[in-house]
Design a protein around this ligand. Structure first.
Ligand code: SAM
Length: 277
């Protein structure tokens, strides 16, 4: 039996479930939004989907209809009885009741065979960035990430140079992924209603990553360049070889009075590569 958000809501009530703010529990109550997320995820056959925070399973049961396997991480084990009912009959869903941030994902996915790996989730907003960072830092070989996030945070993920949202995180993420907004989602479709609107963002693994000679140096340079956003590179990068930095900036008709927010990722890469002896 397929559970609509309305039926899921009834189940939550019957089980006396109280939504927990501390876990960022804002459940999607609109079937159209769920379908739109599934459609835009464009999940291919023979795929494993990781869902972080299945909640009451409204997205999970739809994912299970198309993916070969769905692996969920849910911190709140009081959702077990509801999830067991909603996912009854789906033999391709596994739920690990633990904090996703503490989990060993690479180890957990070893037991599945699949061609494509996706992450699809309505993320708990209090740890959106740590979750995305974990996927990158743990080197999870994910092809595509489709996540609902707070609008303000999503805007930073996909921000382009010269905009107010562009920062070191935008560069870090866009080094690995093409990041695009898929849709706006009104706060009215959640239970309880959050204070902010959301967007769905897709991260598609870049086919050709830029060639960085020393990633550690590159990321440190980017971080330091933005340390005081309103300051120039001359001020933020005092501890670097400024002559070498200026050499590259000049090629693009910039000088050390430029602010980090003006520079595209390619220039940061060239500057960082020029600093490697
Ligand atoms: N997927 C459901 C939906 O869209 O209706 C629920 C989404 S709700 C925004 C976030 C979910 O993440 C909640 O179920 C919450 O309990 C879970 N969660 C919060 N922190 C978590 C963590 N550290 N690890 C795993 N799950 C977490």
């Amino acid at each position: 039996m397929e559970y609509s958000p309305k039926k899921i809501y009834n189940l939550l009530e019957q089980n006396g479930f109280h939504l927990k703010k501390m876990y960022g529990q804002n459940f999607i109550m609109d079937e159209n939004v769920i379908h739109a997320i599934i459609r835009s995820s464009d999940i291919k056959e023979n795929s494993l989907v990781i869902e972080i925070g299945p909640g009451a399973g409204s997205l999970t049961n739809k994912l299970a209809n198309i993916a070969s396997h769905v692996l969920c991480y849910e911190i709140d084990n009081t959702l077990t009885s509801v999830l067991d009912k909603v996912l009854d009959g789906y033999h391709n869903v596994d739920i690990i009741y633990q904090d996703f941030l503490k989990s060993n994902v690479l180890n957990d996915i070893k037991r599945y065979s699949y061609e494509h790996l996706y992450v699809v989730a309505n993320l708990p907003y209090y740890i959106t960035t740590p979750i995305i960072m974990k996927l990158i830092e743990d080197k999870i070989p994910v092809d595509k990430i489709v996540v609902m996030v707070q609008k303000e945070v999503g805007n930073r993920f996909k921000a382009k140079p010269g905009t107010k949202d562009y920062n070191s995180l935008s560069i870090f993420l866009q080094y690995y992924f093409d990041v695009v907004k898929l849709m706006d989602v009104s706060k009215n479709v959640f239970l309880p209603k959050p204070n902010v609107d959301s967007i769905v963002v897709a991260f598609e693994r870049k086919k050709n990553k830029l060639e960085v000679k020393n990633e550690k140096l590159f990321f440190q340079l980017v971080k330091d360049s933005f340390v005081q956003k309103r300051k120039t590179l001359r001020n933020n990068l005092k501890n670097y070889d400024l002559n070498k930095i200026e050499e590259i900036l000049k090629k693009y008709e910039y000088d050390l009075s430029v602010r980090a927010e003006a520079l595209p990722i390619e220039i940061f890469v060239e500057v960082a590569n020029n600093l490697v002896n």
